[in-house]
Design a protein around this ligand. Structure first.
Ligand code: PMP
Length: 460
């Protein structure tokens, strides 16, 4: 029996009784009850109390084309009737997987011409981890197994993805990281740059990669993985010196570069891919989220001609998921890519929406609680601080003020996420100028209310 008619409190009680939420303190949520989202259109969500909420996060950084596009539902329905499922394991293929792989080869930069399909971003990074080791073994260098990644990076929460990520809270649970994954420091100048200029700091953090390779020995290192712009870590836009130096190091040593574009792909940074925005040439790219605008789960590992040639010529790659290249997911992704392209959504995101959003976002920089504002295309962050000059942290436990601000945003019908005491946004690419004005207005109100609460609680 559908439960749509139930009052909010009853839905919350059932939710508390039977539903375990990801990345959530269960008891704390169950004590207050989850907000029940019932529908969505464009950039707005509706909840079970009839409130309209501006979604400044595009769901989980994924609903790039906005909510409510019937064409995607129709593509799914058509495909379900024609061929709801078939696998691609045993000498078979099907049109949606073939077409999507070919379309991605056209869209992706360089010679990233080959797709291995997965169910999500985490799955995709697990694929990458196994694939780079298989690749080096096939090239007669089985000792190259170590993957270098970064503290405070995020690459998913499976055993592989969570290990590649550099979130200590994730590592603490379940014995991560798994062997042969090691981390270097992140290029977060605001928090960790001290007295250095951002440029010098960016260079120094990139050179940690070289030091790590030399320390381990080039013959041990398989790959370096990083997000072009760290998302879940707090939208850390690296200094301009960072990525060119990383590229130089990957070129100099025999190291594969994996760009995790799960967030930065499909227009998020104002170009189709963050690698284009940052001017890098990855050998492998991780895709998910915006690939289907979150309408259906799908991920992909895009690999270069050279990687594909080596994998294809080696022994069978003993890896794959039941849902690798799922026909319905592929059909939805294809329709999403068609809309993003034909309606000029990615193009407009870069040329019109990103500059307008940057101005609105940066205007919050005059608020007494705001330190830096940073933005790359349509992903932005602002650091809250009691002392802008010293880039100081609040005396209260990190995240206390961020959480207050997130609650104030939610109460003002704006979804903004907090990472520590940073607030972050990543709205649908289809957000209009008027909706950006509304986002900035609600964000400022939430900051004002947070400021009052912080002072009242003696946290200032
Ligand atoms: N990589 C990055 C950069 C991500 O941001 C995420 C999800 N936030 C993932 C991987 C994991 O994707 P998923 O949640 O689909 O497993």
């Amino acid at each position: 029996m559908p439960l749509n008619h139930l009052p909010t409190a009853e839905l919350q009680a059932l939710d508390a009784a039977h539903h375990l939420h990801p990345f959530t303190d269960g008891d704390a949520l169950n004590a207050k009850g989850a907000r029940i989202i019932t529908g969505a259109k464009g950039v707005f969500l509706t909840d079970s109390e009839g409130q309209e909420i501006l979604d400044g996060m595009a769901g989980l950084w994924c609903v790039n084309i906005g909510y409510g596009r019937r064409e995607l539902a129709e593509a799914a329905a058509r495909q379900m009737q024609e061929l709801p499922f078939y696998n691609t394991f045993f000498q078979t293929s099907h049109v949606p997987a073939i077409e999507l792989a070919a379309r991605l080869a056209e869209l992706c930069p360089g010679d990233l011409n080959h797709a291995f399909f997965n169910g999500s971003g985490s799955d995709s990074n697990d694929t990458n981890l196994r694939m780079v080791r298989h690749y080096w073994a096939a090239k007669g260098k089985p000792g190259k197994t170590v993957v270098i990644s970064r503290w405070n990076g995020y690459h998913g929460s499976t055993m592989g993805g969570g290990s590649l990520g550099g979130m200590k809270g994730i590592h603490k649970q379940g014995g991560l990281p798994i062997p042969d994954i090691t981390h270097i420091n992140q290029p977060d100048w605001w928090s960790e740059g001290g007295d250095m200029t951002p440029e010098d700091f960016g260079l120094m953090r990139a050179q940690e990669l070289e030091a790590k390779i030399l320390d381990l020995g080039e013959d041990r290192v398989a790959a370096f993985i990083a997000e072009p712009v760290q998302g879940a870590g707090g939208v850390i836009v690296p200094p301009a010196t960072y990525w060119p130096e990383i590229q130089r190091i990957c070129d100099r040593y025999e190291i594969l570069l994996i760009a995790d574009e799960v967030i930065t792909g499909f227009g998020r940074t104002g170009k189709w891919f963050g690698s284009q925005t940052m001017g890098i040439r990855p050998d492998i790219m991780t895709l998910a989220k915006g690939l289907s605008s979150g309408y259906i789960p799908i991920g992909a590992s895009m690999v270069s001609d050279e990687v594909a040639r080596t994998i294809n010529s080696a022994d069978e790659f003993a890896h794959g998921y039941t849902y690798s290249g799922h026909p319905v997911a592929a059909a939805v992704a294809l329709e999403n890519l068609r809309i993003l392209d034909e309606e000029g959504i990615v193009e407009r995101a870069g040329s019109e929406i990103a500059p307008y959003l940057a101005e609105a976002w940066e205007s919050l920089g005059d608020h007494p609680m705001v330190g830096e504002t940073r933005i790359a295309g349509l992903m932005g962050s602002l650091a809250m601080t009691p002392d802008r000059e010293r880039r100081a942290k609040f005396a209260a436990k990190e995240g206390t003020v961020g959480l207050i601000c997130r609650e104030r945003c939610f109460a003002n019908n704006l979804v903004m996420r907090h990472v520590g005491d940073r607030m972050i946004i990543s709205p649908p690419l289809v957000i209009s100028h008027g909706e950006i004005d509304l986002l900035a207005e609600r964000a400022r109100r939430a900051l004002d209310e947070t400021f009052e609460e912080v002072k009242a609680k003696g946290l200032w």
